[in-house]
Design a protein around this ligand. Structure first.
Ligand SMILES: CC[C@H](C(=O)O)C(=O)SCCNC(=O)CCNC(=O)[C@H](O)C(C)(C)COP(=O)(O)OP(=O)(O)OC[C@H]1O[C@@H](n2cnc3c(N)ncnc32)[C@H](O)[C@@H]1OP(=O)(O)O
Ligand SMILES: [Co+2]
Length: 134
């Protein structure tokens, strides 16, 4: 079912500072800040040779990452994103196995313009998983 690792997301308290560190201290190629109001975050992509890092800052009152940052005030790895060929088929299969697909179960459009869904971290070794349709 899962294919390539599409990105690893890091939640950060200060997106500008994190972006500058990846650009200047780590010499990475970084995007401009990309507000994602439907997801309650602002994202910066760090493009790597074999995948991406996604730096996430909360946006708005209802950000889904606010709770995570309260528990991890310096930031931390927030989720991993795997690619799947058919996101609805993958979600159906996972639900049949008893996994919790978050939200209303309908894929949303993610930061790359593709359908995405999230799986509860408690069902996958304490790791929030995002699925993105390749
Ligand atoms: C622009 C889209 C972009 C893209 O790539 O396309 C994105 O990736 S957007 C990313 C932001 N959106 C989401 O994360 C949506 C899915 N996330 C959620 O629905 C919530 O974050 C949720 C339900 C995973 C957690 O919400 P919250 O922290 O408010 O709930 P709890 O405090 O009740 O947490 C329950 C339990 O899970 C632990 N937890 C929470 N977040 C994580 C995490 N990222 N990784 C691992 N574990 C996590 C939390 O500590 C609680 O554990 P407990 O032992 O019960 O205290
Ligand atoms: Co993501």
């Amino acid at each position: 079912m899962i294919g390539r690792l599409n990105h690893v997301a890091i939640a950060v308290p200060d997106l500008d500072a994190a972006t500058a560190q990846y650009r200047d201290a780590l010499g990475a190629s970084v995007s401009e800040p990309l507000p994602q109001p439907d997801h309650g975050v602002t994202v910066v992509f760090v493009d790597l040779a074999n995948t991406r890092v996604e730096l996430l800052e909360p946006r708005g009152e209802e950000s889904p990452i606010a709770g995570f940052l309260q528990k991890n005030p310096n930031g931390g790895i927030h989720h991993v994103c795997y690619e799947v060929a058919d996101i609805r088929a993958a979600a159906d299969q996972l639900r049949e196995q008893g996994a919790r697909v978050l939200g209303d179960g309908e894929p949303k459009t993610g930061a790359h313009g593709k359908p995405v869904l999230f799986l509860h971290p408690k069902d996958f070794q304490g790791t929030l998983i995002e699925l993105e349709e390749a």
